[in-house]
Design a protein around this ligand. Structure first.
Ligand code: P70
Length: 469
Protein backbone atom coordinates (compact mmCIF):
# COMPACT_ATOMS: atom_id res chain seq x y z
CA UNK A 1 0.00 0.00 0.00
CA UNK A 2 1.30 3.48 -0.83
CA UNK A 3 1.50 5.92 2.01
CA UNK A 4 -1.19 8.57 2.07
CA UNK A 5 0.16 11.92 0.79
CA UNK A 6 0.99 14.71 3.24
CA UNK A 7 -2.21 15.88 5.01
CA UNK A 8 -0.85 19.43 5.10
CA UNK A 9 0.66 21.93 2.70
CA UNK A 10 3.80 23.96 3.23
CA UNK A 11 3.46 27.62 4.24
CA UNK A 12 6.97 28.44 5.45
CA UNK A 13 10.23 26.92 4.21
CA UNK A 14 13.69 26.70 5.76
CA UNK A 15 16.45 26.50 3.10
CA UNK A 16 19.00 23.70 3.47
CA UNK A 17 22.67 24.38 2.73
CA UNK A 18 24.58 21.77 0.71
CA UNK A 19 28.01 21.16 2.22
CA UNK A 20 30.90 19.37 0.47
CA UNK A 21 32.11 15.96 1.59
CA UNK A 22 35.55 17.46 2.34
CA UNK A 23 34.01 20.00 4.70
CA UNK A 24 31.94 17.36 6.45
CA UNK A 25 35.01 15.20 6.84
CA UNK A 26 36.80 18.10 8.52
CA UNK A 27 33.80 18.85 10.75
CA UNK A 28 33.31 15.26 11.95
CA UNK A 29 37.03 14.95 12.74
CA UNK A 30 36.88 18.18 14.73
CA UNK A 31 33.81 16.79 16.50
CA UNK A 32 35.81 13.80 17.76
CA UNK A 33 33.63 11.53 15.59
CA UNK A 34 30.66 12.49 17.75
CA UNK A 35 27.63 13.41 15.68
CA UNK A 36 26.19 15.52 18.52
CA UNK A 37 29.14 17.90 18.10
CA UNK A 38 28.78 18.78 14.40
CA UNK A 39 27.04 22.04 13.43
CA UNK A 40 23.45 21.27 12.44
CA UNK A 41 23.57 23.50 9.39
CA UNK A 42 26.19 21.25 7.84
CA UNK A 43 23.55 18.49 7.65
CA UNK A 44 21.27 17.84 4.70
CA UNK A 45 18.73 15.45 6.27
CA UNK A 46 18.81 15.46 10.07
CA UNK A 47 17.42 12.21 11.47
CA UNK A 48 19.21 12.50 14.81
CA UNK A 49 15.93 12.66 16.66
CA UNK A 50 12.20 13.18 16.37
CA UNK A 51 12.42 15.11 19.66
CA UNK A 52 11.79 18.85 19.57
CA UNK A 53 12.22 18.84 15.79
CA UNK A 54 8.55 18.88 14.72
CA UNK A 55 7.14 21.57 12.47
CA UNK A 56 4.38 23.36 14.36
CA UNK A 57 1.09 24.08 12.63
CA UNK A 58 -0.29 27.53 11.81
CA UNK A 59 -2.69 27.07 14.74
CA UNK A 60 0.17 26.37 17.12
CA UNK A 61 2.07 29.44 15.92
CA UNK A 62 -1.10 31.46 16.39
CA UNK A 63 -1.33 29.97 19.90
CA UNK A 64 2.07 31.42 20.74
CA UNK A 65 0.62 34.89 20.25
CA UNK A 66 -1.99 34.07 22.88
CA UNK A 67 0.69 33.40 25.48
CA UNK A 68 -0.21 34.73 28.92
CA UNK A 69 3.13 35.26 30.61
CA UNK A 70 1.76 35.81 34.11
CA UNK A 71 4.05 34.27 36.69
CA UNK A 72 1.16 32.45 38.37
CA UNK A 73 -2.20 31.29 37.05
CA UNK A 74 -1.54 31.80 33.33
CA UNK A 75 -4.61 30.97 31.27
CA UNK A 76 -2.42 28.79 29.06
CA UNK A 77 -1.75 26.55 32.06
CA UNK A 78 -5.48 25.92 32.44
CA UNK A 79 -5.77 24.99 28.74
CA UNK A 80 -2.76 22.70 29.20
CA UNK A 81 -4.22 21.11 32.32
CA UNK A 82 -7.65 20.59 30.73
CA UNK A 83 -6.13 19.00 27.62
CA UNK A 84 -3.96 16.62 29.59
CA UNK A 85 -6.75 15.64 31.99
CA UNK A 86 -9.03 14.98 29.02
CA UNK A 87 -6.56 12.87 27.02
CA UNK A 88 -4.72 11.05 29.80
CA UNK A 89 -7.28 11.15 32.60
CA UNK A 90 -4.85 11.92 35.46
CA UNK A 91 -5.78 14.53 38.05
CA UNK A 92 -2.55 16.36 38.89
CA UNK A 93 -0.74 18.00 35.97
CA UNK A 94 2.79 19.28 36.49
CA UNK A 95 4.50 21.09 33.59
CA UNK A 96 8.25 20.63 33.04
CA UNK A 97 10.64 22.01 30.44
CA UNK A 98 11.19 18.54 28.96
CA UNK A 99 10.73 14.83 29.62
CA UNK A 100 13.85 14.11 31.64
CA UNK A 101 12.87 16.72 34.23
CA UNK A 102 9.56 14.92 34.71
CA UNK A 103 11.55 11.68 35.19
CA UNK A 104 13.99 13.35 37.55
CA UNK A 105 11.22 14.86 39.70
CA UNK A 106 9.32 11.58 39.87
CA UNK A 107 12.31 9.37 40.61
CA UNK A 108 13.94 11.70 43.10
CA UNK A 109 10.64 11.78 44.98
CA UNK A 110 9.74 8.07 45.04
CA UNK A 111 12.88 6.02 44.26
CA UNK A 112 15.34 5.17 47.08
CA UNK A 113 18.90 3.81 46.84
CA UNK A 114 18.78 0.03 46.31
CA UNK A 115 15.33 0.15 44.64
CA UNK A 116 14.50 -1.43 41.29
CA UNK A 117 12.49 0.22 38.51
CA UNK A 118 11.24 -2.17 35.79
CA UNK A 119 10.34 -0.89 32.32
CA UNK A 120 9.86 -2.58 28.94
CA UNK A 121 13.13 -0.89 27.92
CA UNK A 122 14.35 2.26 29.65
CA UNK A 123 15.46 4.97 27.28
CA UNK A 124 18.84 6.56 27.98
CA UNK A 125 17.69 9.49 30.14
CA UNK A 126 15.17 7.33 32.01
CA UNK A 127 17.82 4.74 32.85
CA UNK A 128 20.28 7.47 33.85
CA UNK A 129 17.69 9.15 36.09
CA UNK A 130 16.94 5.85 37.86
CA UNK A 131 20.65 5.13 38.28
CA UNK A 132 21.19 8.67 39.53
CA UNK A 133 19.12 7.64 42.59
CA UNK A 134 21.48 4.65 43.07
CA UNK A 135 18.66 2.38 42.01
CA UNK A 136 18.60 -0.31 39.34
CA UNK A 137 16.84 0.10 35.98
CA UNK A 138 15.66 -3.30 34.72
CA UNK A 139 14.40 -3.98 31.18
CA UNK A 140 11.64 -6.62 30.96
CA UNK A 141 10.49 -6.45 27.35
CA UNK A 142 9.15 -9.71 25.85
CA UNK A 143 11.90 -11.84 24.27
CA UNK A 144 10.62 -11.06 20.76
CA UNK A 145 11.38 -7.38 21.47
CA UNK A 146 15.10 -8.16 21.62
CA UNK A 147 15.31 -9.91 18.28
CA UNK A 148 15.40 -7.43 15.36
CA UNK A 149 14.16 -10.02 12.86
CA UNK A 150 11.15 -11.46 14.75
CA UNK A 151 7.81 -10.17 13.53
CA UNK A 152 5.35 -9.33 16.32
CA UNK A 153 2.55 -6.75 16.31
CA UNK A 154 3.38 -5.48 19.80
CA UNK A 155 7.08 -5.98 20.20
CA UNK A 156 7.18 -3.28 22.87
CA UNK A 157 5.14 -5.39 25.33
CA UNK A 158 6.49 -5.79 28.84
CA UNK A 159 6.62 -9.46 29.84
CA UNK A 160 4.15 -9.89 32.74
CA UNK A 161 5.83 -13.17 33.77
CA UNK A 162 9.25 -11.55 34.02
CA UNK A 163 7.64 -8.73 36.02
CA UNK A 164 5.87 -11.17 38.36
CA UNK A 165 9.14 -13.01 39.00
CA UNK A 166 11.02 -9.77 39.69
CA UNK A 167 8.36 -8.50 42.10
CA UNK A 168 8.36 -11.84 43.91
CA UNK A 169 12.14 -11.88 44.17
CA UNK A 170 12.73 -8.26 45.22
CA UNK A 171 9.45 -7.59 47.06
CA UNK A 172 7.16 -4.60 46.65
CA UNK A 173 9.15 -2.47 49.10
CA UNK A 174 12.05 -2.38 46.64
CA UNK A 175 9.91 -1.57 43.60
CA UNK A 176 8.39 1.91 44.00
CA UNK A 177 6.79 1.84 40.54
CA UNK A 178 6.67 -0.03 37.24
CA UNK A 179 7.02 1.90 33.97
CA UNK A 180 5.91 1.15 30.42
CA UNK A 181 7.35 3.18 27.54
CA UNK A 182 4.87 3.75 24.69
CA UNK A 183 6.13 3.27 22.06
CA UNK A 184 9.25 1.40 23.14
CA UNK A 185 11.94 3.68 21.76
CA UNK A 186 15.10 1.68 22.56
CA UNK A 187 13.53 -1.49 21.17
CA UNK A 188 12.77 0.06 17.78
CA UNK A 189 9.77 2.34 18.41
CA UNK A 190 7.57 -0.71 18.90
CA UNK A 191 4.06 -0.43 20.32
CA UNK A 192 2.52 -1.95 23.45
CA UNK A 193 -0.97 -3.48 23.30
CA UNK A 194 -3.95 -2.72 25.55
CA UNK A 195 -4.08 -6.43 26.47
CA UNK A 196 -0.47 -6.27 27.62
CA UNK A 197 -1.04 -3.14 29.70
CA UNK A 198 -4.02 -4.86 31.34
CA UNK A 199 -1.90 -7.92 32.13
CA UNK A 200 0.89 -5.77 33.57
CA UNK A 201 -1.66 -3.88 35.65
CA UNK A 202 -2.93 -7.14 37.11
CA UNK A 203 0.59 -8.08 38.19
CA UNK A 204 1.10 -4.60 39.67
CA UNK A 205 -2.20 -4.87 41.56
CA UNK A 206 -1.26 -8.26 42.97
CA UNK A 207 1.84 -6.70 44.47
CA UNK A 208 0.39 -3.27 45.26
CA UNK A 209 2.83 -1.40 43.00
CA UNK A 210 1.84 1.69 40.95
CA UNK A 211 2.13 1.71 37.15
CA UNK A 212 3.40 4.74 35.22
CA UNK A 213 3.74 5.35 31.50
CA UNK A 214 6.51 7.09 29.64
CA UNK A 215 4.05 8.61 27.19
CA UNK A 216 6.39 10.39 24.73
CA UNK A 217 4.92 8.71 21.65
CA UNK A 218 1.49 7.72 22.94
CA UNK A 219 -0.48 8.78 19.85
CA UNK A 220 1.68 6.64 17.55
CA UNK A 221 1.20 3.75 19.99
CA UNK A 222 -2.59 4.25 19.96
CA UNK A 223 -2.57 4.32 16.15
CA UNK A 224 -0.87 0.91 16.08
CA UNK A 225 -3.45 -0.42 18.56
CA UNK A 226 -6.21 0.74 16.23
CA UNK A 227 -4.50 -0.90 13.25
CA UNK A 228 -3.42 -4.15 14.87
CA UNK A 229 -5.23 -5.06 18.07
CA UNK A 230 -8.48 -7.01 17.71
CA UNK A 231 -11.49 -5.04 18.91
CA UNK A 232 -10.02 -1.55 18.52
CA UNK A 233 -10.35 -0.85 14.77
CA UNK A 234 -13.58 1.14 15.16
CA UNK A 235 -12.58 3.16 18.20
CA UNK A 236 -11.22 6.70 18.02
CA UNK A 237 -7.64 7.54 19.02
CA UNK A 238 -8.83 9.56 22.07
CA UNK A 239 -10.93 6.57 23.20
CA UNK A 240 -7.97 4.24 22.84
CA UNK A 241 -5.70 6.67 24.72
CA UNK A 242 -8.19 6.96 27.59
CA UNK A 243 -8.40 3.17 27.85
CA UNK A 244 -4.61 2.76 27.72
CA UNK A 245 -3.93 5.33 30.41
CA UNK A 246 -6.82 4.18 32.61
CA UNK A 247 -4.64 1.22 33.66
CA UNK A 248 -1.92 3.54 34.98
CA UNK A 249 -1.48 5.81 37.97
CA UNK A 250 0.32 8.50 36.02
CA UNK A 251 2.74 9.30 33.25
CA UNK A 252 5.79 11.30 32.34
CA UNK A 253 5.93 12.85 28.91
CA UNK A 254 8.36 14.67 26.73
CA UNK A 255 6.00 16.86 24.69
CA UNK A 256 8.87 17.27 22.23
CA UNK A 257 7.62 14.09 20.56
CA UNK A 258 3.85 13.58 20.29
CA UNK A 259 3.20 17.07 21.71
CA UNK A 260 4.34 18.39 18.29
CA UNK A 261 6.37 21.18 19.90
CA UNK A 262 10.01 22.20 20.14
CA UNK A 263 10.19 22.23 23.93
CA UNK A 264 8.11 21.01 26.87
CA UNK A 265 7.01 18.10 28.97
CA UNK A 266 4.90 17.15 31.94
CA UNK A 267 4.16 14.74 34.72
CA UNK A 268 0.54 13.74 35.34
CA UNK A 269 -0.57 11.54 38.22
CA UNK A 270 -3.39 10.69 40.59
CA UNK A 271 -1.49 10.29 43.88
CA UNK A 272 -2.04 13.55 45.77
CA UNK A 273 0.78 13.06 48.25
CA UNK A 274 3.32 12.36 45.49
CA UNK A 275 1.99 15.33 43.49
CA UNK A 276 2.50 17.65 46.46
CA UNK A 277 6.05 16.50 47.08
CA UNK A 278 6.89 16.73 43.38
CA UNK A 279 5.38 20.23 43.14
CA UNK A 280 7.54 21.40 46.05
CA UNK A 281 10.62 20.10 44.27
CA UNK A 282 9.42 21.62 40.98
CA UNK A 283 9.27 25.06 42.59
CA UNK A 284 12.77 24.56 43.98
CA UNK A 285 14.50 23.48 40.77
CA UNK A 286 12.27 24.23 37.76
CA UNK A 287 9.65 26.95 38.25
CA UNK A 288 6.26 27.72 39.69
CA UNK A 289 3.59 25.04 39.32
CA UNK A 290 1.66 26.83 36.56
CA UNK A 291 4.62 27.10 34.18
CA UNK A 292 7.30 24.60 35.27
CA UNK A 293 10.22 25.95 33.28
CA UNK A 294 8.17 26.91 30.22
CA UNK A 295 6.72 30.16 28.94
CA UNK A 296 2.92 30.52 28.87
CA UNK A 297 3.05 30.46 25.07
CA UNK A 298 4.83 27.08 25.13
CA UNK A 299 1.99 25.62 27.23
CA UNK A 300 -0.49 26.86 24.63
CA UNK A 301 1.45 25.29 21.75
CA UNK A 302 1.54 21.96 23.64
CA UNK A 303 -2.22 22.04 24.34
CA UNK A 304 -2.89 22.52 20.63
CA UNK A 305 -0.24 19.98 19.56
CA UNK A 306 -1.61 17.28 21.86
CA UNK A 307 -4.98 17.58 20.16
CA UNK A 308 -3.58 17.75 16.62
CA UNK A 309 -1.53 14.61 17.11
CA UNK A 310 -4.73 12.58 17.63
CA UNK A 311 -5.85 13.26 14.05
CA UNK A 312 -6.08 10.02 12.08
CA UNK A 313 -5.06 11.50 8.73
CA UNK A 314 -1.95 12.85 10.41
CA UNK A 315 -1.15 9.53 12.10
CA UNK A 316 -1.71 7.53 8.92
CA UNK A 317 0.71 9.77 7.04
CA UNK A 318 3.20 9.92 9.89
CA UNK A 319 3.52 6.19 10.42
CA UNK A 320 3.16 5.63 6.65
CA UNK A 321 6.15 7.84 5.89
CA UNK A 322 8.36 5.99 8.37
CA UNK A 323 7.08 2.65 7.04
CA UNK A 324 7.83 3.78 3.46
CA UNK A 325 11.46 4.52 4.35
CA UNK A 326 11.67 1.08 5.97
CA UNK A 327 10.25 -0.62 2.88
CA UNK A 328 12.66 1.13 0.49
CA UNK A 329 15.55 -0.17 2.62
CA UNK A 330 14.17 -3.64 3.10
CA UNK A 331 13.42 -4.11 -0.59
CA UNK A 332 17.12 -3.45 -1.25
CA UNK A 333 18.19 -6.03 1.35
CA UNK A 334 19.29 -3.58 4.08
CA UNK A 335 18.80 -5.25 7.49
CA UNK A 336 16.36 -3.27 9.62
CA UNK A 337 14.36 -3.90 12.80
CA UNK A 338 10.99 -5.33 11.88
CA UNK A 339 8.20 -4.43 11.96
CA UNK A 340 9.07 -0.77 11.31
CA UNK A 341 8.32 1.34 14.41
CA UNK A 342 6.32 4.53 14.75
CA UNK A 343 8.94 7.27 14.67
CA UNK A 344 12.07 5.76 13.20
CA UNK A 345 13.66 3.07 11.10
CA UNK A 346 16.39 1.21 12.96
CA UNK A 347 19.28 -0.36 11.06
CA UNK A 348 20.35 -3.71 12.49
CA UNK A 349 24.08 -3.09 12.69
CA UNK A 350 25.08 -6.67 13.57
CA UNK A 351 23.80 -7.80 10.18
CA UNK A 352 24.77 -4.59 8.35
CA UNK A 353 28.42 -4.93 9.44
CA UNK A 354 29.01 -8.51 10.58
CA UNK A 355 32.77 -7.95 10.31
CA UNK A 356 32.96 -5.57 13.25
CA UNK A 357 32.71 -6.52 16.97
CA UNK A 358 30.70 -4.37 19.39
CA UNK A 359 33.91 -3.35 21.12
CA UNK A 360 34.70 -1.24 18.02
CA UNK A 361 31.40 0.70 18.12
CA UNK A 362 30.11 -0.42 14.71
CA UNK A 363 26.88 1.59 15.07
CA UNK A 364 28.80 4.80 15.69
CA UNK A 365 31.14 4.00 12.79
CA UNK A 366 28.08 3.70 10.53
CA UNK A 367 26.69 7.00 11.84
CA UNK A 368 30.00 8.72 11.03
CA UNK A 369 30.02 7.30 7.49
CA UNK A 370 26.41 8.39 6.83
CA UNK A 371 27.25 11.96 7.79
CA UNK A 372 30.62 12.13 6.04
CA UNK A 373 29.48 10.59 2.76
CA UNK A 374 25.86 11.74 2.49
CA UNK A 375 25.19 14.59 4.94
CA UNK A 376 22.66 12.48 6.84
CA UNK A 377 22.65 12.52 10.63
CA UNK A 378 21.48 9.37 12.42
CA UNK A 379 22.08 8.26 16.01
CA UNK A 380 23.68 5.18 17.47
CA UNK A 381 21.56 3.16 19.91
CA UNK A 382 24.04 0.47 20.83
CA UNK A 383 27.42 -0.06 22.41
CA UNK A 384 28.31 3.63 22.64
CA UNK A 385 24.97 4.62 24.16
CA UNK A 386 24.52 1.64 26.48
CA UNK A 387 27.91 -0.12 26.80
CA UNK A 388 29.34 0.08 30.31
CA UNK A 389 31.85 -1.54 32.60
CA UNK A 390 30.45 -4.10 35.05
CA UNK A 391 31.11 -2.60 38.50
CA UNK A 392 32.08 -6.00 39.96
CA UNK A 393 34.06 -7.76 37.23
CA UNK A 394 35.34 -4.62 35.47
CA UNK A 395 34.46 -6.31 32.15
CA UNK A 396 32.73 -4.33 29.39
CA UNK A 397 29.03 -5.19 29.03
CA UNK A 398 27.44 -4.53 25.64
CA UNK A 399 23.69 -4.22 24.91
CA UNK A 400 21.89 -7.04 23.09
CA UNK A 401 20.78 -4.73 20.31
CA UNK A 402 23.27 -2.80 18.21
CA UNK A 403 21.19 -0.31 16.22
CA UNK A 404 21.45 2.89 14.24
CA UNK A 405 18.28 4.92 14.37
CA UNK A 406 16.95 7.06 11.54
CA UNK A 407 14.37 9.12 13.44
CA UNK A 408 11.93 11.04 11.27
CA UNK A 409 10.94 14.50 12.55
CA UNK A 410 7.19 15.13 12.44
CA UNK A 411 5.80 17.12 9.46
CA UNK A 412 9.31 18.27 8.45
CA UNK A 413 10.71 16.21 5.58
CA UNK A 414 9.04 15.15 2.35
CA UNK A 415 8.89 11.70 0.89
CA UNK A 416 11.66 12.75 -1.56
CA UNK A 417 13.94 13.31 1.42
CA UNK A 418 13.13 9.76 2.52
CA UNK A 419 14.11 8.49 -0.94
CA UNK A 420 17.45 10.30 -0.72
CA UNK A 421 18.08 8.74 2.69
CA UNK A 422 17.15 5.27 1.45
CA UNK A 423 19.42 5.52 -1.61
CA UNK A 424 22.33 6.69 0.55
CA UNK A 425 21.97 3.87 3.08
CA UNK A 426 21.57 1.32 0.28
CA UNK A 427 24.81 2.55 -1.34
CA UNK A 428 26.69 2.32 1.95
CA UNK A 429 25.31 -1.17 2.51
CA UNK A 430 26.91 -2.35 -0.74
CA UNK A 431 30.40 -2.01 0.72
CA UNK A 432 30.23 -2.01 4.52
CA UNK A 433 33.82 -3.25 4.75
CA UNK A 434 35.03 0.27 3.92
CA UNK A 435 33.77 1.35 7.37
CA UNK A 436 36.45 1.11 10.09
CA UNK A 437 36.01 0.46 13.81
CA UNK A 438 36.40 3.15 16.45
CA UNK A 439 37.72 3.56 19.95
CA UNK A 440 36.78 6.05 22.68
CA UNK A 441 39.38 8.63 23.70
CA UNK A 442 37.21 10.59 26.13
CA UNK A 443 33.99 9.75 27.99
CA UNK A 444 31.77 11.24 30.72
CA UNK A 445 30.65 9.05 33.66
CA UNK A 446 26.94 9.11 32.64
CA UNK A 447 25.17 9.46 29.28
CA UNK A 448 28.58 9.30 27.62
CA UNK A 449 27.31 9.18 24.04
CA UNK A 450 26.34 12.86 24.12
CA UNK A 451 29.89 14.10 24.73
CA UNK A 452 32.29 11.20 24.02
CA UNK A 453 35.21 11.68 21.63
CA UNK A 454 36.39 8.82 19.43
CA UNK A 455 39.02 7.97 16.86
CA UNK A 456 39.34 5.47 14.02
CA UNK A 457 41.16 2.16 14.47
CA UNK A 458 43.13 0.52 11.71
CA UNK A 459 42.93 -3.24 11.22
CA UNK A 460 45.57 -3.86 13.83
CA UNK A 461 43.78 -1.68 16.33
CA UNK A 462 46.29 1.12 15.96
CA UNK A 463 45.27 4.75 15.64
CA UNK A 464 44.79 6.13 12.19
CA UNK A 465 43.33 9.18 10.55
CA UNK A 466 39.74 9.06 9.33
CA UNK A 467 40.91 9.93 5.80
CA UNK A 468 42.33 6.42 5.52
CA UNK A 469 38.99 4.79 6.47
C1 P70 B 1 15.05 10.62 21.39
C2 P70 B 1 15.12 11.50 22.63
C3 P70 B 1 13.90 11.29 24.67
C4 P70 B 1 13.08 10.50 25.57
C5 P70 B 1 12.48 9.29 25.15
C6 P70 B 1 11.74 8.53 26.05
C7 P70 B 1 11.09 7.25 25.64
C8 P70 B 1 12.14 10.14 27.72
C9 P70 B 1 12.89 10.93 26.87
C10 P70 B 1 13.48 12.22 27.41
C11 P70 B 1 16.53 11.69 23.14
C12 P70 B 1 17.58 11.77 22.12
C13 P70 B 1 18.29 10.65 21.78
C14 P70 B 1 19.25 10.70 20.81
C15 P70 B 1 19.50 11.90 20.15
C16 P70 B 1 18.80 13.02 20.50
C17 P70 B 1 17.81 12.96 21.47
N1 P70 B 1 14.32 10.82 23.62
N2 P70 B 1 11.60 8.97 27.31
O1 P70 B 1 15.40 11.11 20.33
O2 P70 B 1 12.78 13.33 26.96
O3 P70 B 1 14.49 14.71 25.73
O4 P70 B 1 12.36 15.72 26.53
O5 P70 B 1 14.12 15.07 28.14
O6 P70 B 1 12.60 8.85 23.89
O7 P70 B 1 14.61 9.46 21.45
P1 P70 B 1 13.47 14.78 26.83
Amino acid sequence: MRLPAEPFRIKVVEPLRRVSRAERERLILEAGLNIFAVPADSIYVDLLTDSGTSAMSDRQWAGLMLGDESYAGSRNFFHFQDTIREIFGYRHVIPTHQGRMAENLLFSTVVKPGDVVPNNIHFDTTRANVEHQNAEAVDLVIDEGLDPATLHDFKGNLDPRKLGALLKERGRDKVPLVMITVTNNSGGGQPVSIANVRAVREVCDRHGVPLFFDACRFAENCWFIKQREPGWADRSIPEIARELFSYGDGCTMSAKKDGLVNIGGFLALNNQEWAERITNLLILVEGFSTYGGLAGRDLEAISIGLREVLDEDYLAFRTGQVQHLGELLEDAGVPIVKPVGGHAVYLDVRRFMPHMPQSQYPGQALVVALYRDYGIRAVEVGSLMFGHRDPESGEMVYPKLELVRLAVPRRVYTTEHMRYVAESVIELHRSPERIRGLRITHEAPTLRHYTARLEVLDAAGARTALQRA
